[in-house]
Design a protein around this ligand. Structure first.
Ligand SMILES: [Zn+2]
Length: 162
C-alpha cells in the first residue's frame, strides 16, 4: 500500500499543471482502493468559473468514474486545505478521508477557520490528515504569488516609462 506522501506527490504534480497555465497551483487526486480514480487542478482562471476548484473537479470525475455520487471508500488528497465550498462537496459526497498539505489561513474550512469536515451536526464526517508535504505545497503557492507580484510591478514600471 502506498502512503499519504506518495499520493500527495501526485497532487503536487497536478498543482504544477495548474501553475504552467497561469492558475494558482492547487492540485487534487482521489484514491479508491489504492487506485487513483481522479486527478484535477485548479482551472478557475481558464474557465472563469468560481467553482472550478481542484477538489470539485476531482470529485466530479470520481463520481463519473464510479457511477455513483457516494465516495464512501475514497480518500481525497489536495495540496491546500479545502475551502467552504469544497468541504461542503466532500461532506455531500461522503468522502472517507481527506489529506491536505498546506493550511489556508484565509479560507481553510478543514480546521483553520472552521472544520466543516468534522462538524458533528452534519450527517457525515471525514477523517482529516493535515500537513502532509505542507512545506512543499505551501512554497508552490508563495512562489507563485511572489512571481505574480513581481510581474505586476514590472508591467506597472514599463507602463510609466512609456
Ligand atoms: Zn475549494
Amino acid at each position: 500500500m502506498k502512503n499519504d506522501e506518495y499520493y500527495m506527490h501526485l497532487a503536487i504534480e497536478e498543482a504544477k499543471k495548474a501553475e504552467e497555465i497561469g492558475e494558482v497551483p492547487i492540485g487534487a487526486i482521489i484514491v479508491h482502493h489504492d487506485e487513483v480514480i481522479a486527478r484535477a487542478h485548479n482551472l478557475r482562471e481558464r474557465d472563469q468559473r468560481s467553482i472550478a476548484h481542484a477538489e470539485l473537479l476531482a470529485i466530479d470525475e470520481a463520481c463519473k468514474k464510479l457511477g455513483t455520487w457516494r465516495l464512501e471508500q475514497a480518500t481525497l488528497y489536495v495540496t491546500l486545505e479545502p475551502c467552504a465550498m469544497c468541504a461542503g462537496a466532500i461532506v455531500l459526497s461522503r468522502i472517507k478521508r481527506v489529506v491536505f498539505g498546506a493550511s489556508d489561513p484565509k479560507g481553510g474550512c478543514a480546521g483553520t477557520l472552521m472544520n466543516l469536515l468534522q462538524e458533528k451536526r452534519f450527517n457525515h464526517q471525514a477523517e482529516v490528515v493535515s500537513g502532509v508535504l505542507a512545506e512543499q505545497c505551501g512554497r508552490m503557492l508563495s512562489d507563485f504569488f511572489r512571481r505574480l507580484r513581481q510581474r505586476k510591478k514590472e508591467e506597472k514600471n514599463s507602463f510609466y516609462s512609456n
